[in-house]
Design a binder for this molecule. Structure first.
Ligand SMILES: *Cc1c(COP(=O)(O)O)cnc(C)c1O
Length: 361
C-alpha cells in the first residue's frame, strides 16, 4: 500500500487509525452482524452511535446545555439558506462580513430572504486578510451577524471575534471545526460541513442556541426548519448514518489519541509553523496571507511565476504530495493541513520545497 500525503481542501485526509477501525468493523459492527452502512437508523445499536457522537462533540467542544447539536445533510451550503430562513425573522436584517467566496455565497443566499448588510469586505486584495471591524457600523437591530471563521480558499482566520453585543454571532466553521477550542457560548449558531476536518462528505453539524429555534419563516420547508430536527433528535428522516459513525471515530481519535482540543491546537500550531517558517525565509515561495490573519488549516503560497507554480505542482504530485494546486482565484499552491495531516507530511513537503528551490531558484 502506498498512501499519499493528501493536501486536499476537502474532502480531505482522515486519521489512519480511524480508517483502520472502520475497516475492521466493516462487516460486523460490535457483534451486531451488520455493517453500520446496513443498519436501520431506528435500531438500538445505531442509537448508541449517534448518541455517542453527540456526547463526544459536546465534551470536546464544551458545548453548553442550552445549545442543540443537529446532524443534518445538505452541506454547509444549505446553511446559507437555513440560517436566514430560521433567524432573519424579527427585524428581517442581518450583517455579513465578506472574507471569501463562501462568505459571499452565504451573503448572496441570505439576501434572497431579507435585508442584508455588508459590514466589511477584503475582496480588494483577493481576500488575503481579515478586515478590521468597526462596531459602530454594525446594524443595531440585526437578527444575526454572520462570519466565515476560517476561509478555506484564501487561508485566513479570525483570531479575534467581532463584538456583536446582543446580536447573535453566526459562524461557518466548516474548515476549522475541532481544530482548536472555541468558546461556543460566544455564538448563537455554528455550522460546518464535515468533509474538511471531521468525517467524509454527507454530514453537516449545526450547533444552535435554544432560543434561536422555533422562529422560522412560514415558507421554510419542513426539512429546513431547525425545529424539525431539534424536536426529533436529528432523526426526523434518515440521517447520514455512516458519516456520523466516522465522525464519532474521528472524535474518539481526537479525545484518546491526541488528548482533546487543546492538544489538537498545539499540534496544529506546530505543524503550520513548520510551513510558515519556511515560507518566510524562502526566496522562491511566499505565503499570500498577511501574517496576522494566517490560518492553521489552509496555507496558500505562490512563486510569483505561474509556469513555475505549474512545474512545482506537477513534480510534487509525482512525489506523492496530492491535491496541492491552489484555488483558481489565488493561483499557485495551497496546502490544506487539517487535523489528520501528520507532522511528517508537512516536514516532507517543506523538504521537497527546499529541494525544488535549490534546483530552480
Ligand atoms: C467547503 C466549505 C463550504 C461548502 O461546504 P459544502 O458542504 O460543500 O456545502 C462552505 N464554507 C466553508 C468555509 C467551506 O470550507
Amino acid at each position: 500500500m502506498n498512501r499519499v500525503y493528501n493536501f486536499s481542501a476537502g474532502p480531505s485526509m482522515l486519521p489512519v487509525p480511524v480508517l483502520e477501525k472502520a475497516a475492521a468493523q466493516m462487516l460486523d459492527y460490535e457483534g451486531s452482524g451488520q455493517s453500520v452502512m446496513e443498519m436501520s437508523h431506528r435500531s438500538k445499536v445505531f442509537g448508541t452511535i449517534i448518541e455517542g457522537a453527540e456526547a463526544l462533540i459536546r465534551e470536546l467542544m464544551n458545548i453548553p446545555d442550552n445549545y442543540k447539536v443537529l446532524f443534518l445533510q445538505g452541506g454547509a451550503s444549505s446553511q446559507f439558506a437555513m440560517v436566514p430562513m430560521n433567524l432573519m425573522t424579527k427585524s428581517g436584517k442581518a450583517d455579513y462580513v465578506i472574507t471569501g467566496q463562501w462568505a459571499k455565497k452565504a451573503y448572496k443566499e441570505a439576501s434572497r430572504y431579507g435585508n442584508t448588510n455588508v459590514v466589511a469586505s477584503s475582496e480588494d486584495k483577493t481576500f488575503s486578510y481579515i478586515p478590521k471591524l468597526d462596531p459602530s457600523t454594525f446594524t443595531k437591530d440585526a437578527d444575526y451577524f454572520h462570519i466565515c471563521m476560517n476561509n478555506t480558499i484564501y487561508g485566513t482566520v479570525y483570531h479575534e471575534l467581532p463584538d456583536t453585543g446582543d446580536v447573535p454571532l453566526v459562524a461557518d466553521i466548516s474548515s476549522c471545526i475541532l481544530s482548536q477550542p472555541i468558546d461556543v457560548s460566544k455564538f448563537g449558531l455554528l455550522y460546518a460541513g464535515a468533509q474538511k476536518n471531521m468525517a467524509p462528505a454527507g454530514l453537516t453539524v449545526v450547533i444552535i442556541r435554544d432560543d434561536l429555534i422555533g422562529n422560522a419563516m412560514d415558507i421554510t420547508p419542513t426539512m429546513f426548519n431547525y425545529q424539525t430536527h431539534a424536536d426529533n433528535g436529528s432523526m426526523f428522516n434518515t440521517p447520514p448514518c455512516y458519516t456520523i459513525y466516522i465522525a464519532k471515530l474521528v472524535m474518539e481519535w481526537i479525545k484518546n489519541d491526541i488528548g482533546g482540543l487543546d492538544a489538537m491546537k498545539e499540534r496544529n500550531e506546530k505543524k503550520a509553523k513548520i510551513l510558515y517558517d519556511f515560507l518566510d525565509t524562502s526566496k522562491l515561495f511566499k505565503g499570500t496571507v498577511v501574517p496576522e490573519d494566517r490560518s492553521l488549516m489552509n496555507v496558500p503560497f505562490v512563486t510569483g511565476n505561474s509556469d513555475m507554480d505549474a512545474q512545482f505542482v506537477a513534480e510534487a504530485t509525482k512525489k506523492g504530495f496530492a491535491n496541492i494546486k491552489g484555488h483558481r482565484t489565488v493561483g499557485g499552491m495551497r496546502a490544506s493541513i487539517y487535523n489528520a495531516m501528520p507532522i511528517e507530511g508537512v516536514e516532507a513537503l517543506v523538504k521537497f520545497m527546499a529541494e525544488f528551490e535549490k534546483s530552480n531558484g
